[in-house]
Design a protein around this ligand. Structure first.
Ligand code: NAD
Length: 485
């Protein structure tokens, strides 16, 4: 019997499902059981061509619609997503293995927020009038044209919407390639947009590995590439886009610092560290995986952290009581287990977890290491799993310097009751998305993105509009033209 997660076909182009079984089969494995639940096929060159030419052809008419009309469609899509939140969340859980307890509140809901927010903004994308005496200049905010979105595997619905919604609001068309690991959810986003009234071809989904991503990025018809992925992939995609002088947004990896001062509220700080390391089993780019704890509070912090981490419920992700799911794939599980071994070998003190859970699926116990030092592998490299490194510090000056000593700069957080210090520390940290007495909130109203190797550009908020549109300026002369000859 066909599994309910199996899509009708692999791709969604020009308003309908499209199949080409000549493409490499991509198995979709449910991470909680290891069972294959669906198969899609990577896009062949013919599918890539169909998607790009369709999107290119659809874009002009879409951009000519008024912002109000485009926005209404996006807002209708948001309503449909919310109505179907339960089914979409179940699919998200099949796609990623994340527990339903999370997907019910963090995926289709976040996607719907983006559709609603950018739907609301679409009608307000205006230019300005610049008086120059008799003459004047006016500016217009115009679409970039054909945009490519490429997603990572941790938030397949959210990533498709965070890229698709601002792109479409600005009058662009998009070809979106989900991660080959989680190919299912973006197809639903495409389906819902059509149902909401989007013209066929303005949002298309094609499947495939890096090779398909590469074919999209290098196509001369493409004006912009927005990638969510790792730093090494980001470097390749950025370089390929530069070759064609294309616009880019790069949402890449991190190794973010979370700084906890002695005066912090202990349970809030522990809660922040849990949210910043164990949500989605640690598969979150902005995670605060280097938890710097001031020496005075360290042992109390570790004791409370171990106690609360012991309350995590590992189990069937479809059971709403389950609060901690598996790694997305067996491969990712093995990568993370490799880091845990490195942590032990390099002398970090294991506080809890530290091994694969004794159950079906790719579960790793939530793991905390203490006495981690700055040079240890687990403190330097992005692990993308449930492995928290706790480091200790004495002074503010010291911790800021150590927190910044990394190639990454996605997020940073500080827990303290001293508000002057909180703002001063955040002001000195090299990161794009920061938190004071909180961690990992990502409301659509706030810009999201990194500095240094963690990325270029911003998603969400009005900032995203700037990254999916461009300004045309028009000089208007009211008098005669003076020329030298
Ligand atoms: P990845 O870099 O392996 O792949 C990301 C996407 O890029 C996939 O769809 C992949 O098929 C595609 N790709 C790979 N090579 C390509 C190429 N040469 N040209 C075009 N496309 C190519 O990342 P992943 O393993 O799927 O995701 C995990 C990474 O993503 C982590 O580093 C994580 O921090 C990062 N991430 C960042 C954010 C953010 O918003 N900053 C969010 C989620 C994940």
């Amino acid at each position: 019997m066909t599994h309910p997660a199996q899509p009708k076909a692999s791709h969604f182009i020009n308003g309908e499902y499209v199949e080409d079984t000549a493409g490499t089969p991509i198995p979709v494995i449910y991470a909680a059981t290891g069972e294959q639940i669906a198969t899609v096929h990577a896009a062949t060159p013919a599918i890539v061509e169909q998607a790009l030419s369709t999107a290119k052809a659809a874009q002009k008419a879409w951009a000519k619609m008024s912002g109000t009309e485009r926005g209404r469609i996006l807002r209708r899509a948001a309503d449909i997503m919310r109505d179907r939140n339960h089914d979409l969340s179940v699919l998200e859980t099949y796609d990623t293995g994340k527990p339903l307890q999370e997907t019910l509140v963090a995926d289709a809901t976040s996607g719907a927020d983006a559709l609603e927010y950018f739907g609301g903004l679409a009608a307000s994308l205006t230019g300005e009038h610049i008086p120059l005496g008799e003459d004047w200049v006016y500016t217009k905010r115009e679409a970039l044209g054909l945009c490519v979105g490429i997603g990572a595997w941790n938030y397949p619905t959210q990533i498709a919407c965070w890229k698709g919604a601002p792109a479409l609001a600005c009058g662009n068309a998009m070809v979106f390639k989900p991660s080959e690991t989680t190919p299912l959810c973006a197809l639903k986003v495409a389906e819902i947009l059509i149902e909401a009234g989007a013209p066929a071809g303005v949002f298309n989904v094609v499947q495939g590995m890096g090779e398909v991503g590469g074919a999209l990025v290098t196509d001369p018809r493409v004006d912009k590439v927005s990638l969510t992925g790792s730093v090494p992939t980001g470097k390749k995609v950025y370089a390929a886009a530069a070759e064609g002088m294309k616009h880019v947004t790069m949402e890449l990896g991190g190794k973010s610092p979370l700084i906890i001062f002695d005066d912090a509220d202990l349970d809030n700080a522990v809660g922040g560290a849990i949210n910043g390391n164990f949500y989605s089993s640690g598969q979150v780019c902005s995670n605060g995986t280097r938890v710097f704890v001031q020496k005075g509070i360290k042992e109390k912090f570790l004791a409370r952290l171990a106690e609360r981490t012991g309350n995590a419920i590992l189990g069937d992700p479809m059971d709403e009581a389950t609060s901690f799911g598996p790694m997305v794939t067996e491969n990712q599980m093995n990568i993370v287990l490799g880091y845990i071994e490195k942590g032990k070998e390099e002398g970090a003190r294991l506080i809890c977890g530290g091994k694969r859970a004794d159950m079906d699926g790719y579960f790793i116990e939530p793991t905390v290491f203490a006495d981690v030092t700055d040079d240890m592998t687990i403190a330097r490299e992005e692990i993308f799993g449930p492995v928290m490194s706790v480091l200790d510090f004495d002074t503010e000056e010291e911790v800021v310097a150590r927190a910044n000593d990394t190639e990454f700069g996605l997020s940073a957080g500080v827990f303290t009751k001293d508000f002057t210090r909180a703002h001063r520390v955040i002001g000195n940290l090299e990161a794009g998305s920061c938190f004071i007495n909180s961690y990992n909130d990502a409301p659509v109203e706030a810009p999201f993105g990194g500095v240094k190797a963690s990325g270029v550009g911003r998603e969400n908020s009005k900032e995203a509009i700037k990254h999916f549109s461009q300004v045309k300026s028009v000089y208007v002369r009211m008098g005669d033209v003076e020329a030298a000859f």
